[in-house]
Design a binder for this molecule. Structure first.
Ligand code: NDP
Length: 235
């Protein structure tokens, strides 16, 4: 489905990002992905899938812009890198909180704008947000919720900027997905499942499937929109 297309996944070494890399590689795309801390996992994934791994810390704006520029022109950009900080807002280190905003908000914005410079007509920009951009049912995660709801504004605004060129901009908003960041057997499992209609963690491959659909030919009229995949966590 993606033969001849060039895809960049920011944050592709593990979890949801790795599933997205595998999906695009299986479907024939030339895939580049970035990693920060997980060099070995990145190298394994690159050789397993025939993709290219590039070290780029998403907290470093200039490095992100350079990687997007050097990987282009891109048919598809997926920004997946992101993390959460848990705990009492009154005790949190402001530098760590600002780092979260750099990775979760600034990187998606600057990467999207840089990708659009040379993206062909009909290109796709997909950012991994969270159902926590819509709903925050627990305490201690305000910075994360703020960062993920900011992506909604990014998609709505950039969809207007790039729409005349047929470029779509969308946010995929997962609920609990079984990864290192949120293992299905973790301590929050029962609480999270109590909010859900389908009481299980999602699989990274299920998120990758939604990303592939948004990147594919059937989704050319879908833009500026949030696509929640959460077992009704936020319903
Ligand atoms: P993981 O922690 O399992 O994996 C995170 C991935 O992002 C890794 O490949 C990691 O690379 C990369 N990454 C993190 N920080 C950076 C950075 N500074 N620079 C470059 N890469 C980075 O997380 P998930 O797979 O669970 O989450 C992926 C995305 O999905 C995130 O944006 C997250 O907020 C979102 N999400 C996840 C949910 C879940 O329940 N799992 C629910 C809703 C949203 P490396 O290890 O090499 O640093």
């Amino acid at each position: 489905m993606f033969h001849g297309q060039s895809v960049l996944v920011l944050g592709g070494s593990r979890g949801i990002g790795a599933a997205i890399v595998r999906r695009f590689a299986k479907d024939g795309a030339a895939v580049t992905f970035t990693y920060a801390g997980s060099r070995e996992a990145a190298e394994r994934l690159a050789s397993e899938t025939g993709s290219r791994a590039v070290h780029t810390d998403s907290a470093d704006r200039d490095a992100v812009i350079a990687t997007v520029r050097d990987s282009g022109p891109l048919d598809v950009l997926v920004v997946n890198s992101g993390f959460a900080i848990f705990g009492d807002a009154l005790d949190q280190d402001p530098d760590e909180i600002d780092r979260l905003f750099r990775v979760n908000v600034h990187a998606p914005y600057h990467a999207s704008v840089e990708a659009a410079r040379r993206m062909p007509e009909g290109g796709r920009i997909i950012v991994i947000g969270s159902v926590n951009g819509d709903r925050m049912p627990v305490s201690g995660m305000a910075s994360y919720a703020l960062s993920k709801s900011a992506l909604q504004g990014l998609a709505r605004g950039l969809a207007r900027d790039f729409g005349p060129r047929g470029i779509t901009v969308n946010v995929v908003q997962p609920g609990p997905i079984d990864t290192d960041a949120n293992p299905a057997d973790g301590p929050m499992r029962d609480l999270m499942h109590s909010f859900m209609a389908i009481k299980r963690h999602g699989r990274p491959e299920e998120v990758a499937g939604m990303v592939a659909w948004l990147a594919g030919p059937e989704a050319g009229f879908v833009t500026g929109a949030m696509h929640t995949i959460d077992g009704a966590f936020g319903a």
